[in-house]
Design a protein around this ligand. Structure first.
Ligand SMILES: C[S@@+](CC[C@H](N)C(=O)[O-])C[C@H]1O[C@@H](n2cnc3c(N)ncnc32)[C@H](O)[C@@H]1O
Length: 247
């Protein structure tokens, strides 16, 4: 079956944003980053693992816009989201390219995975009592991101928010032997999840410690391609952090 042929009319399944992650601007940017920095790179044929597939729409969109012939194994903790993702994959005839596991990434992803992608939870807050607890990224928002960078994959494409301690995150990545091979940045307005008072309060405290960077109206969200250091490539970490700390 051809990639991208709808096999049945798309059902409209409405879920509350407290049940299934819903932020179209962010998910669309994640899809653009996947398409440009991961799936359209001609040398990428290795299987890819994804942390937190959500409703599957970013990877589906990126697959439809690329000629990637490998397989993405998506892990999603949330049952409702994983069901939505499976439904969409089936509707687009993408079952050969994208498989969803309703399971925790950390205890189920293959240990030998070489390529990891994620739009991870990055909300800073003192605890996970949030609209969506699974979006909690620890006190500074960078906890899950660092756990993913510690998995030891050769290449990792992650979404990183400028209000979730980006400087420390990049330092950690460099310590793990990565370099910043490529990145894309977009301005985003604060949305439903980041406007939750507990989150806004944490972000404001992090700003005083120069661990969060934003203006009253926007913050920067980046897609960052980390690659294990090699002699052949240039590390763009300085340029990346100049952009992320500009506000
Ligand atoms: C920011 S959302 C991103 C969803 C989707 N990738 C997107 O960009 O639209 C993060 C997702 O990670 C999932 N998640 C959190 N912890 C997880 C874990 N340990 N294993 C698998 N998925 C997890 C959440 O349920 C949530 O759907």
């Amino acid at each position: 079956m051809n990639k991208g042929v709808l096999t049945s009319p798309a059902e409209v399944v409405v879920k509350s944003p407290n049940q299934v992650f819903f932020c179209p601007e962010e998910s669309q940017f994640y899809a653009q980053c996947l398409e440009k920095m991961v799936l359209s790179q001609s040398h990428t044929t290795d299987p890819i693992v994804e942390f937190g597939a959500g409703d599957g729409s970013p990877v589906i969109r990126a697959l439809l816009n690329s000629s990637f012939e490998g397989v993405v194994q998506g892990f999603e903790l949330n049952f409702e989201a994983s069901q939505l993702a499976k439904l969409r994959i089936e509707q687009y005839g993408l079952g050969a390219y994208y498989q969803i596991h309703n399971a925790c990434f950390f205890s189920n992803a293959p240990a030998n995975a070489r390529y990891l992608i994620a739009n991870p939870p990055y909300l800073p807050a003192p605890d996970n009592q949030l609209y969506m607890p699974s979006l909690h990224g620890g006190d500074d928002g960078a906890l899950v991101t660092k756990q993913l960078l510690a998995q030891g994959c050769e290449q990792v494409m992650l979404m990183i928010s400028a209000y979730s301690n980006p400087v420390d995150t990049v330092d950690f990545a460099l310590q793990q032997g990565y370099e910043v091979a490529d990145f894309m940045v977009t301005p985003l307005k604060f949305g439903y999840y980041s406007c939750e008072p507990k989150v806004r309060d944490s972000i404001a405290k992090l700003k005083c410690k120069r661990q969060a960077f934003f203006s009253e109206r926007i913050y920067f969200l980046a897609g960052v391609l980390f690659r294990q250091k090699s002699a052949a490539t240039v590390c763009l970490s300085e340029e990346f952090l100049k952009v992320m700390t500009a506000l």
